[in-house]
Design a protein around this ligand. Structure first.
Ligand code: SF4
Length: 372
């Protein structure tokens, strides 16, 4: 129990004072004191406030109060009563505990703020990865659609090429047949020319024979009647041979015209075939290029699918991490609320203690003033 303020401390007693642990007075000249009654423990000109509060003089003042080896200022202090050293030590420890709890509360609040910021960052990152994943899915869908369109185009090109191939084969077959027919007509024409030459030679021979007969007729006038009849017969034979030759020539002309027409037709077929071949080659090259492009698209799609799976796995991990952070944040918030409640209770208890001490300090002063 505290004694009268002016009492001199006895053995085992000290001043009931916590000012050196929770009070600071700064004077205009820079002096720093730990209460209104003791001397300054340092000056801010040349030292920081922290250095002064943790300096040798400040620690010595606190040590003397705890040990009961009071300095003169404390020994004669009119503001504080007396208390056992053990009781003061308990109060100082409570004060230190309160300070530790406040520091812990500040530390937990800072940690909760860091976790909150981390959670917000993770959520932003999750949103970014989600958007990236959606974009990849859209790209995959586009690649799929492109691949499908390319396949349809390839199928169309294949059908067109398949439709053109029989026509090209038919044209080639027709051209080969026409060439064979032309060869036959050429052989027939050669044969006719040989026949015409034979007929010409025969005609010349008949003429020579006619001349011989005429000479023989002249020499053989007596047999003129017979020879004349023979001559007439030979003339008729010559006329027949001439008509046959004329008919053969007309036939040759017809064959020549037919051959020329066949050649023109062959040239047209050859031109058409020549014009179709580049188109078929272009179609084949286009088909090959499309197939190559399809393989490239398939490879690209195969390469994108694992990346999409990786992104989805990362997103799931991040979501799990975000849930863990949220749980940890809730636990910290709960712990902070508990600390707040504890702090409020301590402050309330401390307020009651300070008020009691103020009452104890002011009572002697009031008595002194009343006696004065
Ligand atoms: S006992 Fe008095 S002089 Fe000593 S520190 Fe406390 S208030 Fe200051």
């Amino acid at each position: 129990m505290a004694r009268r303020l002016s009492s001199i401390p006895q053995a085992g007693e000290t001043r009931d004072c916590l000012d050196p642990w929770n009070t600071m007075l700064l004077q205009a000249n820079g002096d720093v004191a730990l209460c209104c009654w003791s001397k300054a423990v340092g000056n801010l000109h040349g030292s920081s406030l922290s250095e002064v509060l943790r300096g040798e003089k400040a620690r010595e003042l606190r040590r003397t109060l705890l040990s009961g080896e009071l300095i003169d200022d404390c020994r004669n202090c009119p503001a504080r009563g007396l208390v056992s050293r053990g009781a003061l030590k308990v109060k100082v420890e409570e004060l230190a505990q309160e300070a530790l709890q406040r520091a812990e509360l500040r530390r937990w609040r800072t940690h909760a703020q860091v976790l909150e910021a981390d959670l917000i960052e993770q959520r932003r990152h999750n949103a970014t990865i989600g958007a990236d994943l959606e974009q990849q899915k859209l790209h995959n869908a586009t690649v799929h659609a492109d691949l499908t369109q390319q396949k349809l185009h390839n199928a169309t090109l294949s059908r067109e090429l398949a439709a053109l191939r029989p026509h090209a084969e038919l044209l080639e077959s027709d051209l080969a047949q026409e060439k064979r027919h032309n060869a036959t007509i050429d052989a027939d024409l050669t044969h006719q020319k040989l026949h015409n030459a034979t007929v010409d030679a025969d005609l010349k021979q008949q003429r020579l024979h006619n001349a011989t007969l005429a000479r023989e007729l002249a020499s053989l006038r007596p047999h003129a009647g017979v020879l004349a009849a023979d001559l007439e017969q030979q003339k008729l034979h010559n006329a027949t041979v001439n008509a046959d030759l004329t008919q053969q020539k007309l036939h040759n002309a017809t064959v020549d015209a037919d051959l020329a027409q066949q050649k023109l037709h062959n040239a047209t077929l050859a031109q058409e075939l020549a014009s179709l071949r580049p188109h078929a080659a272009v179609l084949a090259a286009d088909l090959e290029q499309q197939q190559l492009h399809n393989r490239t698209l398939a490879l690209e799609l195969a390469a994108l699918l694992p990346h999409a799976a990786t992104l989805e796995a990362e997103l799931a991990t991040l979501r799990k991490h975000a849930q863990t952070l949220a749980t940890e944040r809730d636990a910290l918030a709960k712990h902070a609320a508990n600390l707040e409640a504890e702090k409020a209770a301590l402050e309330k208890a401390l307020g009651r203690g300070v008020l009691g001490r103020l009452r104890r300090w002011t009572a002697p002063l009031k008595r002194m003033l009343g006696s004065g």
